[in-house]
Design a protein. Structure first.
Length: 395
């Protein structure tokens, strides 16, 4: 009995110990929540730290904004002192564009190499050198001035144009012009010549300007004549007509009223830019009609024309500011006047008249057309030779 009691006591003590142990085990979780609480706190604390790193990020973003604001770099372009230094130390900019060689009216053969030289500002790039006819660029090249502003170039003179052609040098907004006389060393078909007007002819605004010359093998049988102004770049007047017998041509244009100053008289055939195009030109001065020098007489018949005896022949020409617009026209054979008439020029100064060579004049005789204008104190006369021939059969 006593043993049982001892066993139960032992069991009770053992249960008490187990209960106490179980209670200790039950109490230990509270620290666990505290440790668990510390973990979120640490996480909460870490979360603001990235938030705290955002200002640096914002600061980093604002740094580029601050860098452009620190625009000491615009002063850098301003501080491109080389430009200012180059401008200041650029005596070459004071160098004018000139054409020193060839001299004015230098004769030049078609197909030859033309050496051109002059001066120009180096800092404005190359000098553009061109040879022009009737305002069209025939050939062009460029040359860079040296340290002293000297330049040189070579142009191959084309075979498509003769007469007074224009050499032009251009650089930095400056231009220099020089006339050269382009000629043919020998007659090479096709070609065109301009006999009249000449460079010393006094053309008059509002009056007729006669053209005369010869052509060979024009592609369409037509000749174009024109008066150009404004450096031979703009057309003042133009006309086209058929070529006459033997390749001779003549015609006239009326110079517009108000057009005065330097101009180019141009005769051509074919289309500019095509291989068949040919031109001949001359520079002249156009005077206003009230200029004291605005007068002149031209007899347009070709030299050594055949004139049949007993047949009418047309004599024509122009006269500027003739008194009463009258021109005295006659035929002379062997120094004797055999026909004569006074003709009145039209308002443009053009005149023409038919005169009959007497049938009694012997064929083979030499004669001349004669025209006279009685300018006060200084009458002007022009004569052109002709040859007397037999009339055509059946006339």
């Amino acid at each position: 009995m006593r043993k049982r009691i001892l066993v139960w006591v032992w069991v009770i003590l053992l249960l008490a110990a187990c209960t106490e142990r179980a209670q200790e085990l039950t109490r230990t979780p509270p620290p666990t929540p505290e440790a668990t609480a510390e973990t979120p706190v640490a996480q909460v604390t870490d979360t603001p730290e990235p938030t705290a790193t955002l200002p640096p990020t914002a600061t980093v973003r604002s740094t580029p904004t601050a860098a452009p604001t620190a625009t000491p770099e615009p002063p850098t372009p301003t501080a491109i002192v080389p430009t200012a230094t180059a401008t200041a130390a650029a005596p070459p900019s004071a160098v004018p564009v000139t054409i020193d060689e060839p001299a004015a009216q230098t004769p030049v053969d078609v197909g030859s190499n033309l050496a051109v030289s002059g001066t120009g500002p180096r800092e404005n790039g190359p000098v553009i050198v061109a040879l022009e006819a009737a305002g069209l660029v025939l050939v062009e090249t460029s040359a860079m001035p040296d340290a002293n502003g000297q330049w040189s170039a070579v142009l191959e003179v084309p075979t498509s144009a003769t007469g007074d052609l224009l050499l032009r040098a251009t650089a930095g907004g400056q231009t220099a012009n020089q006339q050269v006389r382009v000629q043919r060393p020998s007659v090479v078909p096709p070609f065109i010549t301009l006999v009249h007007p000449t460079g010393d002819w006094r053309a008059v605004s509002g009056h007729a300007l006669l053209f005369q010359g010869r052509v060979q093998r024009p592609p369409d049988g037509l000749v174009n004549i024109a008066l150009l102004y404004d450096d031979c770049r703009r057309v003042g007047a133009e006309q086209s007509f058929d070529v006459g017998p033997g390749g001779r041509y003549w015609g006239y244009i009326v110079i517009p009223g108000g057009l005065t100053g330097p101009a180019c008289a141009v005769a051509s055939f074919g289309e500019p830019g095509e291989e068949s195009w040919q031109a001949a030109s001359v520079m002249l001065e156009v005077l206003p009609p009230d200029d004291p020098e605005a007068r002149g007489l031209f007899l347009g018949n070709f030299p050594d024309d055949d004139v049949p005896r007993g047949q009418p022949v047309t004599v024509y020409g122009s006269a500027y500011n003739a008194p009463n617009r009258q021109v005295q026209v006659g035929l002379e054979v062997n120094g004797r006047r055999v026909a004569e008439e006074i003709v009145v020029a039209d308002s443009f100064g053009f005149w023409e008249v038919d005169l009959v060579l007497p049938a009694s004049i012997q064929a083979g005789s030499s004669g001349q057309f004669v025209a006279t204008v009685a300018y006060p104190g200084d009458p002007e006369t022009m004569s052109v030779p002709f040859v007397v021939v037999e009339p055509p059969a059946g006339t």
